[in-house]
Design a protein around this ligand. Structure first.
Ligand code: NAP
Length: 348
């Protein structure tokens, strides 16, 4: 269902957003992307197929509340992805919560002034669902993170407050458009933008010997192209509604290291020491206090505990199938080598 009216993608320069822009252009949509600098800073967007005819870049900032009003003019849909995705920050209030929350409030208010708008698709996160595993349950769209704060998992806190604010706006103002959220787990895969995103940087760090051993932790992953596709399906399908948890599967750190060892990356400084037992967990918990604050909190809330996500709603409602996480991670690593974020594998 291609519309004549543009689709606005906020934070178009980002890892997920640039894939959304690419797929929208490939489908024939007119796209308006918001960015923070002038358009010539984004050749990787301007050179996408179809961009010459159908991509317009406009400046907007989450902290400049009026800046989204002209960006949304005449748009049929807004896909709001812009938000800082950083784990360790010096000032959680100003570096994370303010841009996430005030930015979402600005986006909702600007949408309210855009008569042509049908729907906003918001990139939320599993961070708005929970900030720690619970072995007694499978997390679904019904769950809300109620534990994070400025001191505990501030990134999770920023995503929870931002998503809540968007739903509160819908409930209180009953606007002419509706809201759908996509709540991905850790998004990996090859990137269109030249920067490295936080999830891929974690995989790079594992390969560069940053971790002292393999410890008892697992992560939910989903491919960036599937995540982008989910946003577009959520936009296109009239019947889409509410929140959509989006995670393709879990990978234990041991499985991740094994995968990389068996896939031609054994010459990297992959962790070798097995710290997955009780001693290792105690050691890593002690070591977590030497880490930057938010990495330390993450280790302490996740080590030795497995998280489970129920993703049947996204598959049923949007009809999407999510590619296996191992495939996506290998493509991410290959891409990081190509882009120079990782040294090329040494010849064995
Ligand atoms: P990313 O590559 O860092 O993209 C973040 C985008 O937000 C960039 O375009 C950035 O612009 C923009 N942004 C940040 N602060 C801004 C501000 N003050 N004003 C305007 N734009 C601002 O991260 P990503 O991985 O694509 O994440 C995109 C969204 O997905 C975020 O909402 C994130 O919370 C969510 N998410 C990500 C993951 C994941 O694993 N990647 C998982 C779940 C949810 P600049 O390029 O100018 O910095």
């Amino acid at each position: 269902m291609i519309t004549e009216k543009p689709v606005c993608v906020t934070g178009a320069s980002g890892f997920i957003a640039s894939h959304i822009v690419n797929q929208l252009l490939a489908e024939g949509y007119r796209v308006r992307g918001t960015v923070r600098k002038s358009p010539e800073h984004y050749p990787f967007l301007l050179q996408l197929p179809g961009a010459g005819e159908r991509l317009e870049l406009v400046e907007a900032d989450l902290l400049k509340s009026e800046s989204f009003i002209p960006a949304f003019r005449e748009c049929a849909y807004v896909i709001h992805t812009a938000s800082p995705y950083v784990i360790n920050v010096r000032d959680p209030e100003n570096d994370l919560v303010k841009p996430a929350l005030e930015g979402t409030a600005a986006v909702m208010a600007a949408a309210g002034k855009t008569g042509s708008l049908k729907r906003i698709v918001l990139t939320s996160s599993v961070a708005a669902i929970t900030d720690e595993p619970d072995s007694t349950k499978v997390f679904t769209e019904r769950d809300w993170n109620s534990r994070s704060s400025l001191q505990r998992h501030p990134y999770h806190y920023s995503k929870t407050l931002a998503e809540r604010a968007a739903w509160d706006y819908i409930e209180q103002k009953k606007p002419h458009f509706d809201l759908v959220t996509i709540n991905p787990s850790m998004v990996t895969g090859p990137s269109i933008c030249p920067t490295i995103n936080t999830t891929n940087a974690m995989i790079r760090d594992i390969m560069n010997g940053v971790y002292p051993g393999i410890f008892d932790i697992n992560w939910g992953f989903v491919d960036v192209r599937d995540t982008a596709r989910a946003h577009i399906l959520a936009m296109e399908k009239d019947s889409a509604c509410g929140r959509y948890l989006c995670s393709a599967g879990l990978l234990h750190m041991r499985e991740l290291v094994e995968l990389l060892n068996l896939s031609g990356y054994s010459n990297y400084r992959l962790p070798k020491r097995d710290l997955t037992g009780r001693f290792g967990t105690a050691l890593m918990t002690a070591l977590s206090w030497t880490q930057p604050r938010d990495t330390g909190t993450y280790i302490r809330t996740h080590i030795g505990r497995s998280i489970r996500y129920g993703c049947s709603k996204i598959k049923q409602d949007l009809g999407i199938s999510l590619m296996p996480v191992m495939e996506s991670i290998l493509e991410a690593v290959d891409d990081m080598v190509r882009k120079g974020h990782l040294a090329p594998p040494a010849k064995s």
